[in-house]
Design a protein around this ligand. Sequence first.
Ligand code: MFK
Length: 553
Amino acid sequence: MSFLQPAPSLNNPYSHDRVLQNWLRTVFPAAHRPSLIPDLQALAKYAMEAYAERLVTPRQEPVLTQWDAWGARVDRITLTPTWDHGASITTQHGLLWSGHVKDPTGWMRCAQFARVYLYHVASEFYTCPLAMTDGATTILKASEAQSLIDRAVPRFLSHDPERLWLSGQWMTETPGGSDVSRTETVARQDAQGQWRLYGRKWFSSAIIGETAMALARPDGAGPGSSAIGLFYLETRDNDGSWNGLQVQRLKDKLGTRELPTAEVELDGIPAWPIGEPEHGVRRIAPMLNITRTWNSICAIATMRRAIALAIDYSCRRQAFGEYLLEQPLHRNTLADVIPEFEAGFHLSFAVTRLLGQVESGSATDTETAVWRILTPLAKLWTGKLAVQITSECLEAFGGASYIEDTGLPQLLRDAQVYPLWEGTTNVLALDTLRALGQTGIEPLRQFIEQRLRNTDPSTAAAIRQPFDAAAHFLEKASSQRSHIEAGARGLALTLARTTAAALLTENTGLANTDPRTGLALQRFLSHGLDRLPDKYDDAVAETSLLDDEPTPN
Ligand code: MFK
């Protein structure tokens, strides 16, 4: 019998996750732990079972059946078994409702997102409709649409899987993914005054939702985004049939293939405007900020899964007479990845903390401003990191990571969605400029300074210097829009990294912290925090490289 390589195992993602355990011990309040820990343990067990099952069961994907045997249009979607369990896991372990319990201290969002972190990879992206439902709940709760609140919010936050409703977020159309001002879907009132939507939504993630929040342009309204309205709709009528919509096809995607993303034709579906049917982008923005937070947490969950498997494998795989884990270059490569993940973890959970403070009314003005700035920063940075880290971790498996039935390629394909979903890296960098334009950079400086209060001077200087450079860039480049936009990605990455470094620094000073956090901080700092263009106008000058015309000689 020739050599057989043992497959990697998934260690318990709750008890074996040093970074999560450290955060729970040092940041998350002891008083709230008893209501959280049993859910985390149960979700970790679920994740391990799902991983084991996945090794022996071929992947499944949703199937759309458009016509029944007798020619009726049915648009029936058969889901994967994991998706069939989604509602019961969600309601039993509080993936949605726990984020909306009344808590004057605002820790409910951290508790919810710790659950999301452990559920996400096993969920096969069932977290996508959960994210959108969370966003829809947030919009409705803040609206004056009391009848819709009474009708939908108890369903969204249900503890009963039979009563749970999910929501979609229907924005993207063929003319615009990033630029939704080109929305073509039309909203018209019928003779009874009921609004109805007509048009095509091009990327309807999780078409299984009973409801959706959709952008549409009232008939006769002018162009541009301020003339678009935000509408609530229900996808099925009382007998369970699709209600004025057809599912044209499911998308054939690079990753997230268990998630039924659809093209939908709207033909008179009843809809209810949220507020006046105008300023739809402004009205849907709170939903985007929630789904972007889910995106960040799910991105770090994917990184953690890739790291956990790569470390486990390096204890099982030998090359050149030694286990990989004993080999200096292999160790060093993985040790370079971990601090980036750890910093991303702290930044993402800081956003959940700020979100909870804002929603519970306990945030200061500074914290509210910082929350607005850090939400796009965490999303854009962790989205990129997820691809880089997953790719590096897959390399640790050599050729095995290129083989489908190891389950590893799927991790990388799925990771590629994080920089795209909910706004690309560049859209998020521009959103950071939008936020900084409203708040200025001082609130973020104060937030970082609070984190550096008890740190040593050299660590503080290593964080202040790139932050000051970013503030200087913002000030200098702001005079010319093309300069500041061209450098916005570098600016955003620098601010994300400096804030994450400050959070890591603060964590190293807390009682009972894991000493490895300090090691992670030093290594993270050694990777550098500054990602600014060298000169504030460099980024613009170099776009001439895009000109493919040969130079005349
Ligand atoms: C498992 C992980 C979970 C993830 C779930 C994934 C679900 C995927 C389903 C999808 O739907 S993916 C598609 C998501 N699409 C996007 O994220 C759109 C990306 N494009 C943008 O974000 C653009 O920046 C934007 C559409 C907002 C640009 O639109 P406009 O109209 O040109 O922007 P404008 O005029 O600057 O802003 C309009 C208003 O919105 C302004 O307020 P005012 O009217 O009061 O001036 C802005 O301040 C406000 N606004 C924009 N972004 C905001 C915001 N307010 C708060 N937060 C924001 N992020």
